[in-house]
Design a binder for this molecule. Structure first.
Ligand SMILES: CC(C)(COP(=O)(O)OP(=O)(O)OC[C@H]1O[C@@H](n2cnc3c(N)ncnc32)[C@H](O)[C@@H]1OP(=O)(O)O)[C@@H](O)C(=O)NCCC(=O)NCCS
Length: 456
C-alpha cells in the first residue's frame, strides 16, 4: 500500500510550519489554575465536573464516612439501577447469553420478559446483514491497517444507503442504532479479514452471519476459518461484551455521543465521532498495551518470582522497560479506586478459560502482577484514591486466549459500547438538551494588524 503523506512535496516546510504551529499554541500551565479551568473537565482530585444527568448507568467509587467525608470504596457499577454483578449472575445461572438482554435494558430501561427478549434478539438477527455488495464495494476497496478506521468509514458510508438518514425522530434513530449494533460485528471482522488478505497475503474468508446465533457467537463464527468455537469461549466473549457495554455519560466516547447528538446531526455522524474517540489509546486501546507489556515481561524475566516481577514493574515505572511511558497498563482508573467491579467479575471466569487453554502459568503471572503492581505504584507515585486492576487488565488476556487478533480488541469494545452510545443518543434527544457549548477563556495578548509589506 502506498503512503500518500510520504510522497508529499515540501516535507521540510511542513516540519518548520509544525514547529511554528506548536510554539504558537503552548499555554503557560500556571494559567489553568489562575483561570480556574478544570482541565479534562476534572477537578484536581480527578473527579469529573458534572455536565449532565443520566439514568442509563451509575459508577460508584467513593462513599461518605461517619463524619461525612468522601472515602474510596469498592467500585460499583449499575446498569439502569441494577448492580452489574446481579445482571451477570442472572444470565450465567440461566445458561444463556447476556449481551442482547443488556442492550435491551440499557435502551428501554427495563429487563425484558422472555417474550420481549426473544422478539428483540430476532429483530437484531434480522438486521445483521450489510447492503448488497457492501463488502466488495466499500470494505475491500481500500483496506486499512486499523479496524477502528474501517468501522468509522463504513458507518459513515452506511448513511448513503439509508433512505431516511437525517430524521432524528426517536423511532428512526432507534432503527438506525439497532441496525448499526447488529452490523458492527460484520464490519469489524470483515475489515480484519480483508486486511489479512491484502496486507498479510492470507486467504480471504468472508463467512455469512448465522441468523440463529447472537452477537458473541457470530463474532467467533465470522472470525474462525472453520466457524467453530467452544461453549466456554462464546460465554466469556459474551460476558466481555456485557461488561464493556456502558460506563456512564462521562466516559470520553459517550460524552462525544452527547456532544455530537446535541448539534442535531445524524446517527451515522454521531457514531463515527464516538468511534474516533474510542480509537484513542487513552480510551479503548489499553488492553492491547496490557498484552504487549506482559509479552515483553515474559521475555525479560528468568522466573515468575515476586522479586523478579516487582523489579520489572519498578523498571516500567522508571521508564526503563517496555514502551518507556512510565505506566503499568491495566492498572488504575480515572474513577475507580479500590476495585473495578468489571475486572473482578471477568477475573472469576478467566481462570476457567486459562485452564481450558492450558495457560494456567500465564494466569498465575497475571494474578501476581495484579497483587504487586498497586504496591509498586503506591511506592513510586502519589496516590490519592488507590490503584487496582481495571477491566482492560483481564480483557486483553481473555481476547488473547480466545485467539482474537489484537487488531480486533478495540473494535470488539466498539461492538459492545454501541449499545451504551445508542442509549445516550436517545437520552440526549429525548430530553431536548441545549447544544453542548462550554467556554474557553482567551488568554492571547491583543496585537495590532500589520500590512504585508511591513512584516518581517
Ligand atoms: C487510567 C489512568 C489514566 C487514571 O489516571 P489518574 O486519573 O491520574 O489516576 P490516579 O489519580 O489514581 O493516579 C494517581 C497517581 O498514580 C499514577 N498511576 C495511576 N495508574 C498508574 C499506572 N497504571 N501506572 C503508573 N502510574 C499510575 C498516576 O499517574 C498518578 O501519578 P502522578 O500524580 O504522579 O501523575 C491511569 O491509571 C493509567 O494510565 N493507567 C494505565 C492505562 C490503563 O490501563 N488504562 C485503562 C483504563 S480503564
Amino acid at each position: 500500500m502506498s503512503d500518500f503523506t510520504n510522497t508529499l512535496p515540501h516535507g521540510d516546510l511542513i516540519e518548520r510550519l509544525a514547529v511554528l504551529a506548536q510554539n504558537s499554541t503552548v499555554i503557560d500551565s500556571s494559567f489553568y489554575e489562575q483561570h480556574d479551568v478544570k482541565r479534562g473537565l476534572r477537578d484536581s482530585n480527578g473527579k469529573g465536573v458534572v455536565v449532565g444527568l443520566t439514568e442509563i448507568s451509575e459508577i460508584i467509587s467513593q462513599k461518605k464516612d461517619a463524619d461525612g467525608n468522601s472515602v474510596p470504596c469498592e467500585g460499583e457499577l449499575y446498569y439502569r439501577g441494577i448492580p452489574i454483578e446481579d445482571i451477570v449472575r442472572g444470565f450465567i445461572d440461566e445458561k444463556r447469553f447476556g449481551f442482547e438482554e443488556v442492550t435491551y435494558l440499557l435502551l428501554f430501561g427495563k429487563l425484558p420478559t422472555a417474550g420481549e427478549l426473544k422478539a428483540f434478539s430476532e429483530l437484531m438477527s434480522s438486521m445483521r446483514s450489510l447492503p448488497i455488495s457492501f463488502v466488495r464495494d466499500i470494505i475491500m476497496k481500500r483496506p486499512s491497517v486499523d479496524m477502528m478506521n474501517v468501522l468509522a468509514r463504513c458507518v459513515l458510508t452506511l448513511y448513503a444507503y439509508d433512505d431516511n438518514p437525517d430524521d432524528v425522530s426517536i423511532p428512526n434513530v432507534l432503527r438506525q442504532c439497532l441496525q448499526l449494533t447488529a452490523q458492527m460485528p460484520l464490519l469489524s471482522v470483515y475489515g480484519y479479514q480483508v486486511f489479512k488478505h491484502y496486507h498479510d497475503e492470507e486467504s480471504l474468508i468472508i463467512h455469512r452471519p448465522d441468523r440463529t446465533l447472537g452477537t458473541a457467537e457470530n463474532i467467533l463464527h465470522l472470525l474462525r476459518p472453520d466457524g467453530a468455537y467452544t461453549a466456554l469461549e462464546a460465554k466469556i466473549l459474551d460476558l466481555c461484551l456485557v461488561l464493556h457495554a456502558e460506563h456512564g455519560g462521562g466516559n470520553n466516547s459517550s460524552f462525544t455521543t452527547h456532544v455530537v447528538t446535541s448539534s442535531g446531526t445524524d446517527t451515522y455522524s454521531t457514531v463515527a465521532a464516538s468511534l474516533g474517540s474510542l480509537k484513542g489509546p487513552r480510551h479503548g486501546g489499553a488492553n492491547i498495551k496490557v498484552v504487549r507489556m506482559i509479552d515483553d515481561m515474559k521475555n525479560n524475566l528468568d522466573s515468575y518470582s515476586d522479586t523478579e516481577i516487582r523489579n520489572y514493574l519498578m523498571r516500567l515505572l522508571n521508564r526503563e522497560a517496555f514502551d518507556r511511558k512510565g505506566l503499568i497498563y491495566g492498572m488504575g482508573h480515572a474513577v475507580y479506586s479500590i476495585s473495578d467491579p468489571r475486572a473482578k467479575i471477568l477475573k472469576s471466569f478467566v481462570g476457567l478459560l486459562a485452564k481450558e487453554k492450558g495457560l494456567e502459568e500465564d494466569y498465575t503471572l497475571y494474578s501476581k502482577i495484579e497483587r504487586l503492581a498497586p504496591e509498586v505504584i503506591a511506592d513510586k507515585r502519589r496516590i490519592y484514591k488507590g490503584v487496582s486492576a481495571n477491566i482492560d487488565f483481564y480483557s486483553g488476556f481473555v481476547y488473547n486466549m480466545l485467539g482474537l487478533p489484537p487488531e480486533l480488541f478495540t473494535p470488539i469494545f466498539a461492538v459492545s459500547r454501541m449499545s451504551g452510545w445508542s442509549a445516550h443518543r436517545i437520552e440526549e434527544l429525548s430530553n431536548n438538551g441545549k447544544i453542548i457549548r462550554p467556554a474557553y477563556n482567551a488568554v492571547a495578548e491583543r496585537i495590532p494588524y500589520v500590512r504585508l509589506a511591513d512584516r518581517h
